[in-house]
Ligand binder design. Sequence first.
Ligand code: F6P
Length: 425
Amino acid sequence: KMKLAVLTSGGDSAGMNAVVRAIVKIGILRGCETWIVREGYEGLVRGNTQAHAIHADLPTDASALKCAHRGVPTNLTQNLRFGDGDLLRDGTGDHHHGRTLKGRYIVRVGWDDVRGWFAEGGTLIGTARSAAFRTPEGRLSAAHNLIKEGIDALAVCGGDGSLTGADLFRSEWPSLVSQLLTQGMITEEQAEKHGHLKIVGLVGSIDNDMSMTDLTIGAPTALHRICEAIDNINSTAASHSRAFVLEVMGRHCGWLALLAGISSGADFIFIPERPPQTIPGGTWEDDMCEAIRSHREAGKRKTIVIVAEGAQDADLKPICAEYVKEILTERVGLDTRVTTLGHTQRGGRPCAFDRILPTLQGEEAVKALLEATPDTPSYMIGVRENKITRVPLMEAVAMTRAVADAIGAKDFEKAMSMRDPEFYQ
Ligand code: F6P
């Protein structure tokens, strides 16, 4: 029986809870024992110092907990059962409904533990950017903690850094197991049973910056949030005949900025992959002013300029919202304001697609883990042309890095062609 754990890592995104729900429920339906790891890789490194205190009073055999109408185990951690919005996470590990989670980061969960999670924002099992997991000692501890619980499969939902960490962990696994055996921390039998760690990655990121997949989980919701914000700004901008410069997230990727601009009729958009082009002898500032003046002359009462947080000019000099405001104020004479949308873009309930995509990808992820052998690569579950796909995780990570390298080398054509030419051309 596969013992399957799921964790969320890196910056959160809407839809991560739907991933956890899908992995747990589909895992149970496929006969797996299901676990969650709290606080991302940090929880894996910390593990469980308090043994089984939480479900000591519950049967540990899943078959003893059958949900009559579904025939699947349910509610293994019913004493972790959460009220509305009051879920597994307890920060420093204090009390939760009178029970303690202190010292337990790797927790077995059942069907009811994740009921309704598809509609919740953020990640209820917590996430972290773990410094400890980046060290060999941290990964040794993580391996030990998994083996202690008998877990042999791990589903990781996060961005490219988190998925790279997962792949490194898997590639080091045999050496970690032999170190643990030499140090007498695990038995021969455990070492033999845990010779292979199965890993699968699902991409959770609002940035939509992963290559070899069309969409990352959380990007559609973030885009929706941005569009709503621009709709709100549009009305006040038109009332006052003002200009607004909006800075949107996306790190080194312009997807959110570009698509938000298209869906809300922005006047000018700055993205990292395609620096503003200038007519010979001019500057991008001239071009922008010219475009905006012409929109005003055509009768527009408002101006919206979107600046991706990673935007830069052709010399890789950052373009920041305050500078754009200055230009619009001084050279076009517009009453201009800057709005930085910040983390409002990342929080809140997932839109329908950020519930559907994790559910379909969760199914494929569990399937990939059940089929994994020591010779198959770790897969990243993606979506291409409306079909759920499996691609070798490291190929996708390498391609994503290559896009960043191409931008750094000012080869913007190459960057766009590797990102997604149809969007960026
Ligand atoms: O990767 C997601 C993201 O929201 C980026 O768009 C942004 O640059 C970054 O994370 C912000 O990170 P933090 O929440 O740590 O400030």
